[in-house]
Design a protein around this ligand. Structure first.
Ligand code: R5P
Length: 287
C-alpha cells in the first residue's frame, strides 16, 4: 500500500505501478484556521509506504499526520520515503547558536516510521540523523535517459566540486564523455561566483549536473561561463527541481538546450522518474 503526500502524487502513482501496489485513498484539506487536515481512507494492510517530499513546512506537518494516521489505522510496518528531504542542507550548525535543522526534522520523522528512504540528499551524512534504518537512493543515473543520443564530445560538468560524483554517475550511464568541475563561492543566498576550470568547451556539448536547483544562481552562472567559452549546446540536469521564485525563467534567459529533473519534486521539467530506483531500495532489506 502506497500512501502519498499531497505534493508527491505523481511519483507515488509511478511507484505504485512499479511495485504493483495499491494507492491508499487520502483526503487533504485545511481547518478554517489554516491547519492541515488529512484523512486516510479504508486500508486493509499491515504494511505501508508513505511517499512525501518535504518541500515545505506544511509538507513536513502533513507527513507527520500521515504517519500517525497510518499507525491509527493499525498499520504496523511503515516505511517513509522522502524523495526530497527538506532542510537537508542545514546538516550542521554553521554559526554558533544555529540548530542542526536536518537532525531536528529527522527526529520528528523517526517517531512514526520503521524505515526511511531518501533520494540524493545534499549531504549523505543526514542518514545518520535517523534512528530507524535509513537508505539513500541515487537517482542521478536516470538523468542520462532523456539526453540526445549523439552529443558532440560531451563534457559532464559539476557546477561545484561537490557535484562531481553526480556528474560521474550521469556520464557513466550515458556511456561516454569527459568529467569536469567548476569552483563555486556562494556570496549570498541567491548570488554565487563561479570560477571556471581550464577545460576547453568550445564546440562541445556540455551537460551540467547538480543535485538541486534552488534559486538557479549556480546554474545560470555556470551556463554564462560556458556560453562565453563557446560551448556548442548546454543541457541542464538535476535531481531536485526546487525552483525558487524565478529560477526556471532565469535558466531560460541564460540559454539552455534542454532541462531535465526527476520527479522527487513535481515540476514541468520533472520528466525523469525516481520510482525505479526507489522501488529497488524498497525490495532490498536495509543494511
Ligand atoms: C549546493 O551546493 C547545491 O549542490 C546546489 O548547487 C545548490 O543548492 C543550488 O542552489 P541555487 O540554485 O540557489 O544556486
Amino acid at each position: 500500500m502506497i500512501i502519498s503526500g499531497a505534493a508527491s502524487q505523481t511519483l507515488a502513482v509511478r511507484l505504485a505501478a512499479t511495485l504493483d501496489e495499491p494507492l491508499a485513498p487520502v483526503e487533504y484539506d485545511r481547518f478554517p484556521d489554516g491547519e492541515l487536515y488529512v484523512r486516510l481512507g479504508e486500508t486493509a494492510t499491515d504494511r505501508a509506504v508513505i511517499v512525501a517530499s518535504t518541500v515545505s513546512s506544511d509538507a513536513h506537518i502533513e507527513l507527520l499526520e500521515l504517519q500517525d494516521a497510518a499507525r491509527e489505522a493499525g498499520i504496523e510496518q511503515v516505511t517513509t520515503v522522502l524523495p526530497y528531504m527538506g532542510y537537508a542542507r542545514q546538516d550542521k550548525a554553521f554559526k554558533r547558536g544555529e540548530p542542526v535543522s536536518a537532525r531536528a526534522l529527522a527526529r520528528a520523522i523517526d517517531t512514526g516510521t520503521d524505515r526511511v528512504i531518501t533520494v540524493n540528499p545534499h549531504e549523505p551524512g543526514v542518514r545518520e540523523f535517523f534512528d530507524p534504518p535509513a537508505t539513500i537512493v541515487d537517482a542521478a543515473p536516470q538523468l542520462a535517459g532523456p539526453l540526445p543520443e549523439e552529443l558532440t564530445a560531451p563534457v559532464f560538468l559539476a557546477p561545484d566540486t561537490g557535484a562531481t560524483s553526480l556528474a560521474r554517475s550521469v556520464r557513466d550511464r550515458y556511456g561516454t564523455g569527459t568529467i569536469d568541475a567548476f569552483e563555486k563561492t556562494r556570496e549570498t543566498g541567491d548570488t554565487v561566483q563561479i570560477e571556471p576550470s581550464e577545460i576547453d568547451v568550445a564546440g562541445h556539448d556540455v551537460v551540467i549536473v547538480d543535485d538541486i536547483i534552488a534559486t538557479g544562481s549556480t546554474m545560470s552562472a555556470a551556463i554564462e561561463a560556458l556560453t562565453d567559452r563557446g560551448a556548442r549546446r548546454v543541457f541542464v540536469v538535476c535531481v531536485h527541481a526546487v525552483f525558487v521564485n524565478d529560477a526556471r525563467s532565469k535558466l531560460a534567459r541564460a540559454g539552455i538546450d534542454g532541462l531535465y529533473a526527476t520527479d522527487t519534486i513535481e515540476r514541468a521539467a520533472s520528466t525523469v522518474s525516481a520510482a525505479p530506483a526507489i522501488a529497488t531500495a524498497l525490495r532490498t532489506q536495509p543494511a
